[in-house]
Design a protein. Structure first.
Length: 279
C-alpha cells in the first residue's frame, strides 16, 4: 500500500491517467491525496471529475478555489469567467451528484503515515496554513467552513458571501461571514502574507520574487503549527515548480494546466513522479 499526493489536476484528465499508470496505482491498496483544484482551465473537467468520483473510496480530497468556484457557478451564484472550461461538466446529467459530493469534502485533511524513517503526520490543504495558526486554529477554521458548505440550508449564503479580499487578517469580533471569507482565503487562495496572517491577495505576480513589500511566502515565516513530525502538503502555487526549500513543506502543484507537468508525491519515501503535459 502507498499514499500519493497529487497536484492540481484542473481538468488535465489524460495526464492524470498516465501519471496513475506510471505509479502503478492500485485502487484496492493505494490512496490518492488530491490537493484540490480538480477542475477548470484544463481541457477535460468532466471526465476528470467522473473518474475521481468513481474511485472516491480510494481518495482523500481537499477543495481548492476552482472547485468552490465550480460549485458557485453551477448553483447560479457566480458568473463563469471567460477562461473557465466548465461547460461540459455543467451540462452533465450527474451535475447535482457531483456538486453534493464536493460540498461534503474537506478543506483540510491529515493522517499519520508509516514511512521509511518512522511515522509522520501529513496535513494537506489547497493553499497552505497561515503562520499564526495553531493546530487547533486550523482544525476549527476548516471544520466551520465544512459544516456550512455541507449544510443544505446554509451553503448558498456562504457561496454568495465568500468572494473578496477583505478582511485581510483576523480581528477581534469579526462577524461570521467575514471570518468564513478570511479563512476560506487562507485555505484556498493564500500565497503571500505577513507573520501575523495579514494576506496580500491582489498581487500581480506569483513568483517568489514578486512578493509585495513587507510580505513573504506563507511558508517562509516561522509556522506556529510546526512540530517535529508534521509535513505540510499544498498545491495552488504552480510557479514554485514543486520547490519550497523546506523538506517538510511539500508543494505539489507543478503546473500541468500551464503546459508543464502533473506530479505525484509518495508519502512513504518522498519520491516524486511526474508526467509532462501532452499538448
Amino acid at each position: 500500500m502507498a499514499n500519493y499526493a497529487i497536484g492540481d489536476v484542473q481538468g488535465c484528465f489524460e495526464e492524470l491517467l498516465r501519471l496513475l499508470d506510471k505509479i502503478k496505482f492500485d485502487p484496492v491498496k493505494d490512496k490518492l491525496w488530491f490537493v484540490g483544484d480538480l477542475v477548470n482551465r484544463g481541457p477535460d473537467s468532466l471526465h476528470t471529475l467522473e473518474f475521481i468520483y468513481k474511485i472516491k473510496e480510494s481518495c482523500h480530497l481537499v477543495l481548492g478555489n476552482h472547485d468552490i468556484h465550480f460549485i458557485a457557478v453551477a448553483e447560479g451564484l457566480r458568473k463563469p469567467f471567460l477562461n473557465d472550461t466548465l461547460e461540459d461538466l455543467l451540462k452533465s446529467e450527474n451535475l447535482q451528484i457531483y456538486i453534493k459530493w464536493l460540498r461534503h469534502q474537506s478543506l483540510l485533511y491529515y493522517e499519520e503515515i508509516k514511512c521509511e524513517q518512522g511515522s509522520k503526520i501529513f496535513l494537506m490543504t489547497h493553499a497552505g496554513i497561515p503562520p499564526h495558526w495553531s493546530w487547533q486554529d486550523a482544525l476549527i477554521s476548516s471544520q466551520e467552513i465544512e459544516k456550512v458548505l455541507s449544510n443544505d440550508h446554509q451553503y448558498k449564503e456562504y457561496l454568495k458571501n465568500i468572494y473578496g479580499n477583505l478582511p485581510a487578517k483576523s480581528k477581534p469580533n469579526l462577524n461570521r461571514l467575514d471570518r468564513l471569507r478570511l479563512n476560506t482565503n487562507y485555505l484556498t487562495r493564500m500565497r503571500f502574507c505577513k507573520a501575523d496572517g495579514e494576506l496580500k491577495l491582489e498581487t500581480k505576480g506569483t513568483m517568489l520574487a514578486d512578493k509585495p513589500e513587507g510580505f513573504e511566502a506563507w511558508f517562509h515565516h516561522p509556522l506556529r503549527i510546526q512540530h517535529e513530525n508534521l509535513n505540510l502538503i499544498f498545491g495552488h502555487w504552480a510557479s514554485l515548480g514543486g520547490k519550497t526549500g523546506t523538506s517538510n513543506i511539500i508543494a505539489i502543484d507543478t503546473g500541468c494546466v500551464w503546459g508543464y507537468k502533473l506530479s505525484a508525491f509518495r508519502l512513504e519515501d518522498n519520491e516524486v513522479f511526474s508526467y509532462d503535459r501532452l499538448n
